[in-house]
Design a protein around this ligand. Structure first.
Ligand code: AMP
Ligand code: GLY
Length: 416
């Protein structure tokens, strides 16, 4: 049997990690990534100059290059219906349909789903206009969480500490024709749980913790995510089991009852509150940067897992490697408000136990430049999380990249 040809859609660090894991399978011969990034050529992935929302060109490419199946990284393409489009063209693709992707693309829709199927979440209400939302603030204490209803690239949530902050958040986040959501502010450690779902069957991937704020100590603005690690030594087995029983089980049952025919990843962002786990949000894809630390911990072949899911066959068991993996994002100086662009990047020396997953880079492999935002992630694998943390920070200090920034406390919550 000839080796498989796979197409990954997307261009960031998450897609780098997905492509790398698929290419590591003995069954896979080639991995294309559209549009991908130039850094991917360092590991033998082939970038394809097609935008992730150009479905017609993606389908034409997949047919012409006899792609066996396509793995979708980002939410925009899923919410815009890439899976339905590929199915209509008779092609196999891993990810939920546009209807199921509303669980990420429409917060009100997701909250209604959780309520209908008994999935614990925050107290909430949604509003059609600014006046209604302003009048609704009274029902919640402070802080109150104000959310745009649609996709906002991580910029659609404000945690308002008082009346004035809540009022200005309502005015800032409101978009004509879209709803606005107010929520009770949940308190507790936040975790990312990734479930691979094959209609009613599922497998839970290794868990990770992200660091969403730009600055050390969880200060500064929200970002796409500044670093992550896996596993989570601080998470008690009993709390993990509650997440499975109280959140994952009713969610998967709801997807079956609602006839979503879900085939893809569901990323459940949850808070472990004093009264148990509660869902903060559903995402219909893998997380960035969590993917970069969970896929290296997977002992199961990612290709086999996805291939079985697409064939509606028995899913292989998911087993985790014993090692710990920790990654720190190197972002452009000024990220997220005003990232510097075009800075030349120093060559990244090879080091034992260290991998680099490229994201927003341009130029050519020998002369990479930053293209704004999150540029790359330095990832270490070690027996102990504390060692992985030290390896990443030693590497970043040695590199001493001037027009960039990174957090210095990724993993502290688990290590200290
Ligand atoms: P999202 O854009 O939905 O990923 O939310 C961004 C971040 O806001 C989350 O990762 C949480 O840290 C925080 N957040 C969202 N909803 C709540 C909530 N109800 N209570 C507390 N924090 C929240
Ligand atoms: N790391 C957060 C996200 O992918 O949404």
């Amino acid at each position: 049997m000839a080796g498989k040809q796979i197409l990954v859609v997307g261009s960031g660090g998450r897609e780098f990690a997905i492509a790398k894991a698929l290419l590591a399978s003995p069954q896979v011969a080639r991995v294309y990534c559209a549009p991908g990034n130039v850094g991917m050529t360092a590991i033998g992935v082939e970038p394809v100059a097609i935008a992730e929302l150009d479905f017609a060109a993606l389908v034409a490419f997949a047919k012409e290059h006899q792609v066996d199946w396509t793995f979708v990284g980002p939410e925009d393409a899923l919410v815009a219906g890439i899976v339905d489009y590929f199915h209509a063209a008779g092609l196999q693709i891993f990810g939920p349909t546009a209807r199921a992707a509303q669980l990420e693309g429409d917060k009100d829709y997701a909250l209604t789903f959780m309520q209908r199927y008994g999935v614990p979440t925050a107290q909430h209400a949604s509003y059609d206009g600014v006046a209604d939302a302003l009048a609704g603030i009274d029902q919640f204490g402070f802080p109150v969480v104000v959310k745009a209803n649609g996709l906002a690239g991580g910029k659609g949530v404000v945690i308002a500490q008082d009346q004035a902050a809540a009022e200005s958040a309502v005015r800032d986040l409101f978009k004509p024709g879209e709803r606005l959501v107010l929520e009770e502010c949940l308190v507790g450690p936040e975790y990312s749980l990734f479930v691979l779902i094959e209609n009613g069957r599922y497998r839970i991937l290794p868990m990770a913790q992200d660091h969403k704020r730009a600055l050390d100590g969880d200060r500064g603005p929200n970002t796409g995510g500044m670093g992550a690690y896996s596993p989570l030594p601080q998470l008690a087995a009993a709390d993990y089991q509650r997440m499975v029983d109280e959140v994952v089980e009713p969610t998967v049952k709801g997807l079956v009852a609602g006839e979503y025919h879900y085939h893809g990843i569901l990323y459940i962002g949850l808070m472990l509150t004093a009264t148990g786990p509660k869902v903060i949000e559903y995402n219909v894809r893998l997380g960035d940067p969590e993917t970069q630390v969970i896929l290296p911990r997977l002992a199961t072949d990612l290709f086999e897992l996805v291939d079985a899911c697409l064939a509606d066959a028995d899913l292989p068991a998911v087993t985790e490697k014993e090692e710990a993996v920790l990654g720190v994002v190197l972002a452009a100086k000024g990220y997220p408000q005003a990232p510097v662009k075009g800075q030349p990047l120093k060559p990244l020396p090879a080091a034992p136990g260290i991998a680099v997953d490229y994201a927003n880079v341009a130029g050519d492999l020998d002369h990479l430049t930053g293209a704004g935002g999150r540029l790359l992630m330095v990832i270490a694998t070690a027996k102990k999380l504390a060692d992985a943390q030290r390896m990443v920070y030693d590497y970043l200090e040695e590199l001493n990249e001037p027009n960039c920034q990174y957090r210095h406390d990724i993993g502290d919550r688990a290590v200290k």
